[in-house]
Each structure stands twice: as structure tokens, then as C-alpha cells.
Design a protein around this ligand. Structure first.
Ligand code: UDX
Ligand code: UDX
Length: 468
């Protein structure tokens, strides 16, 4: 069934890691729809419009090609939020919803102030009926609040609210968007207008996703499904990371354990890679959110159950850093430690909640000298991440941390190297030359189970990998 309502203009508020790639693909696949991505951050919009398409602000394999194809044809980036809202039939809200850093729910609840600001702006500007799509991950029942703001402050026009959570993972955003396992659309299934709005969004995705992979539910199921999906994925990582500690004190190897359990089709092989800890903008935030929601309903056991996934992850990061200190004869004071990788995973320049930040912070507290190399993360970002923690002054961070342009420079005369991100390029470094340039004994800590233990110990490294 085709919707009666044909979408001609889409606006997306928020040109970040989710809004940018998602809109680029919608524009690429739907040449008759005009897609305008707006953001209050003028610098970010200028970068999206940079004539050199390699300079777009988000690094994702394959994304610059998609932007090159659609930008200026039916994909536009702008800071004129009002104009884009006015012209749109459908508005995606893709602004950030960080964990609250103040007041009630501090450290747990999602801060919805940007969402509310967007709703008020849409209500003020809209002069015709619009479909509002929640793309940001939101606590269950946010749509209700959105609807109340829109209906009570608007110009008498009708709004339909849909929830369309994003399941793309950074580093594979383009493939995830091109071939999604499923697209989830939550809406008001009980009214004709609600069903029409759902169908309008189904038709947008219908340009490239088959009907079988598009799932429609009520709004609340859709909102909660996103939190649940991330909680289950993060739980797998924490589960295997818990086993990694047990492996380190026994004769078991976590990779062998992961392989053995992953071949059980009921368990499956994915998300069983032991690591120094999960990062990224979603896992921790969404689980904290789930915990907060459960607590607010008095479901303390449910809250405690999910909170343990976070506690295990914090433990894993601390444990890795502590192992470095312990192995380096219980002191790293004044010692140079090279960190290879700063992004929270490979193939992205995103560093939010990256384990590297916390490991570096721990080592800096032990007065280590840290040298960082990451192929895609800037020095400005690395220092900003450390400053944001507030553990020490900006001057102290700059005195203790340096950022360099090659892995070889990072490792030169270092006491130890720690692999923090699984960038493919780290596998093929000239490790013999790196070993030669390091102080002896040279220690190598693999936080990602990326490197070949036998080859590296043969070179002479004192080698330690998570879970072995
Ligand atoms: C965000 C949320 O963090 C995530 O929960 C959700 O699933 C998708 O949206 P992401 O795209 O990774 O994820 O965030 P970010 O890269 O920070 O982008 C958000 C953008 O919104 C920023 O560029 C920010 O400037 C912009 N923004 C924020 C606005 O344009 N208006 C606002 O009022 C607030
Ligand atoms: C996640 C979800 O996968 C995605 O569906 C959702 O929309 C947003 O949150 P993302 O945070 O981009 O995506 O990356 P993901 O691939 O899920 O990795 C999250 C973290 O877990 C990374 O730090 C990664 O290194 C770590 N991880 C993942 C492991 O340590 N081991 C694994 O086996 C898998």
C-alpha cells in the first residue's frame, strides 16, 4: 500500500553521527525527496558543505562517496533551522540526548532539553501539518511529552509523532543503512492519521528496504526496543569481558571460549569479542537510562540487574590500566606509555566514552607520560576528552600528554605500548622496528585482542592480551 501522503521535503535537526549518515542515504536512495540537514553548530555545517568531500566532519567508510553523489542535488546542509522546518512535510529529530550532569537523575537520566527546544521551535514555526520522527534514542514515553508541547504551543496544525530508532553502528554506518536487519517504526496504530504517517515513513524506506524488513509497532514498544537492543548487546560484551578476567587466572583463553560458545546457534558468534571495555555514545547512556526508568517505577531488581553491565565495564577499563602499572614493576611515574588508538572502535573518529580516555586518565594519575597516536582523531579532540573529565588542569594534561602523527613516533623510547582501538593498520606495523626503538624490557598490552601473541613474543615483547 502506498501512502496518500507523499513526502517531498524532509528536514533533519542534528547533523551528527546519526543524522548526517542517515539523511545522506535517504537522499541518495530517494532522488525525488529534498533532504535538508540543519544544525545549530555552524562549524559542523560548514564542514558538511566543504567543497573537498573528504573534509566532512564525520569519518565513516563510504560516506564521502554518498555525500558527493547527493549533495547539492537533493541533499543540503544548513544552519537555517526555521526555514527547513517550514518547508518540511517530515522532520527527523536527531539531536543528542546526553546523560544529565545536574539535578534530578544526574548521571543516569537522559537530558531532554535539546529535544524540548526542538519541539518548541517546530511548534512555533510550523504552518502546515507535519510528521515528526524521533530518531534520537529517547526514554520510553518521550513521544507523549513531545506531543503535548507541539499541540499546546503550536499554530493549530496537526502533528503525528513517530519513533524510528537508529540501529546503525559507527564505522559501518553506510552498510548498516543500505542493508538494515530491520527498520523499526513506532506510531499511533489506532487512528487513521497515525497509520497514514507510519505508511509515509515506510514509503521513504521502501525506496531501498523491502517490506519484510520494516517492522511497525506502537510508539512505546519502538522506544523501548532501542534501549533493549543496546542493553542486550552491551550485556554480551560485559559477559565475555567478565570471562576474560577468569581466563587470565586460569589456563583458558577467552578467544577460544568465545569461539566455542559462539558456535552454539542459540548464542551466535557476534559481540563476543573481549576488549578493554565498550565505549561509544550509546551503550552506557542507554543502559543508565533503562536503569533510571526501572528505578522510577520502583523496579529495583530490574535496575540493579542492568546496572551491573556498566559496573563490569568500568571494572574492565580499570583492571586493564591497573595491569599495566602492576606489570611495569608497580610504578609508571615518569615512564612513557604509548597508546595506539583513541577512538572507541575502529573506522570512526568518534571518541565518546572511549575506553582509551579512562585508561589514560588512570595512568596519568599514576604520573605516567602518555603519547597517543590515532589515525583519525585530532590532538584537539584527545585533549578535550581529558579536560572534560576534570581530573586535572588543562596545563597538567598538556604537560603529561602528547599526540603524534605516526605509531612509530609514539612508541619510540616508550616503556610500554597499549593497543586501545582495533584499527586494522596496527596489525601490519613493523613491530620488529618498533621493538628496537623501545626501552627494554619492552611491554605490549593488547586491549583488543588484535595482535599475534606468538609473533610478538618471538620478537621479544613482554606481551599481555585481554583474556589470555
Ligand atoms: C544523537 C544521540 O546522541 C543519540 O542518542 C541518538 O540516537 C542520535 O542522535 P549523534 O548523532 O551521534 O547521536 O549525536 P551528535 O553527533 O552529538 O549530533 C547531534 C547534533 O545535534 C550536534 O551536531 C548538535 O550541534 C545538534 N543539535 C543539538 C542541534 O542542532 N540543536 C540542538 O538543539 C541540539
Ligand atoms: C551501538 C549499536 O550497535 C547500534 O545498533 C546503536 O544504534 C548504537 O550503539 P556503536 O556504539 O556505534 O553502536 O558501536 P558498536 O559496534 O555497537 O560497539 C560499541 C562498543 O562495544 C565499542 O567500543 C566496541 O569496541 C565494543 N565491542 C563491541 C566490544 O568490545 N566487543 C564486541 O564484541 C563488540
Amino acid at each position: 500500500m502506498k501512502s496518500k501522503k507523499q513526502i517531498k521535503n524532509i528536514c533533519c535537526i542534528g547533523a551528527g553521527y546519526v543524522g548526517g549518515p542517515t539523511m545522506a542515504i535517504i537522499a541518495q536512495k530517494s532522488p525525488e525527496i529534498n533532504v535538508t540537514v540543519v544544525d545549530i553548530n555552524a562549524k559542523r555545517i560548514a564542514a558538511w558543505n566543504d567543497p573537498d568531500v573528504e573534509k566532512i566532519p564525520i569519518y565513516e567508510p563510504g560516506l564521502s562517496e554518498v555525500v558527493a553523489e547527493a549533495r547539492g542535488r537533493n541533499l543540503f546542509f544548513s544552519t537555517d533551522v526555521d526555514a527547513a522546518i517550514d518547508a518540511a512535510d517530515m522532520i527527523f529529530i536527531s539531536v543528542n540526548t546526553p546523560t544529565k550532569t545536574y539535578g534530578m537523575g544526574k548521571g543516569m537520566a537522559a537530558d531532554l532539553k535539546y529535544i524540548e527546544l526542538c519541539a518548541r521551535q517546530i511548534a512555533r514555526v510550523a504552518k502546515n501539518d507535519k510528521i515528526i520522527v524521533e530518531k534520537s534514542t529517547l526514554p520510553v514515553r518521550t513521544a507523549e511529552a513531545l506531543k503535548r508541547i507541539l499541540d499546546n504551543t503550536g499554530n493549530g496544525v496537526n502533528f503525528q509523532i513517530l519513533s524510528n530508532p537508529e540501529f546503525l553502528a559507527e564505522g559501518t554506518a553506510v552498510t548498516d543503512l543500505h542493508k538494515p536487519d530491520r527498520v523499526l517504526i513506532g506510531g499511533d496504530l489506532d487512528t487513521e492519521a497515525g497509520r497514514e504517517a507510519i505508511q509515509a515513513l515506510v514509503d521513504v524506506y521502501g525506496h531501498w528496504v523491502s517490506d519484510d524488513n520494516i517492522l511497525t509497532t506502537n510508539v512505546w514498544s519502538s522506544e523501548l526496543s532501542k534501549l533493549t537492543a543496546n542493553a542486550f548487546l552491551a550485556q554480551r560484551v560485559s559477559s565475555i569481558n567478565a570471562m576474560s578476567e577468569l581466563c587470565e587466572v586460569t589456563e583458558a583463553d577467552v578467544q577460544e571460549v568465545a569461539k566455542a560458545i559462539g558456535m552454539d546457534s542459540r548464542i551466535g558468534p557476534k559481540f563476543l569479542k573481549a576488549s578493554v571495555g565498550f565505549g561509544g555514545s550509546c551503550f552506557q547512556k542507554d543502559i543508565l537510562n533503562l536503569v533510571y526508568i526501572a528505578k522510577s517505577f520502583g523496579l529495583n531488581e530490574v535496575a540493579d540487574y542492568w546496572e551491573q553491565v556498566i559496573l563490569m565495564n568500568d571494572h574492565q577499563k580499570r583492571r586493564f590500566a591497573a595491569k599495566i602499572v602492576k606489570t611495569l614493576f608497580n610504578t609508571v611515574s615518569g615512564k612513557k606509555i604509548a597508546l595506539l588508538g583513541w577512538a572507541f572502535k575502529k573506522d570512526t573518529n568518534d571518541t565518546r566514552e572511549s575506553a582509551a580516555i579512562y585508561v589514560a586518565d588512570y595512568l596519568l594519575n599514576e604520573q605516567a607520560e602518555i603519547v597517543v597516536y590515532d589515525p583519525k582523531v585530532t590532538q584537539e579532540q584527545i585533549l578535550a576528552d581529558l579536560d572534560y573529565l576534570g581530573t586535572r588542569s588543562e596545563v597538567e594534561n598538556r604537560a603529561q600528554v602528547s599526540v603524534v602523527n605516526t605509531p612509530e613516533t609514539a612508541c619510540a623510547e616508550a616503556h610500554a605500548v597499549a593497543v586501545m582501538t582495533e584499527w586494522d593498520a596496527f596489525k601490519t606495523l613493523d613491530w620488529e622496528a618498533i621493538y628496537e626503538g623501545m626501552l627494554k624490557p619492552a611491554f605490549l598490552f593488547d586491549g583488543r585482542r588484535l595482535l599475534d601473541k606468538e609473533a610478538l613474543t618471538a620478537i621479544g615483547f613482554d606481551f599481555y592480551a585481554i583474556g589470555s
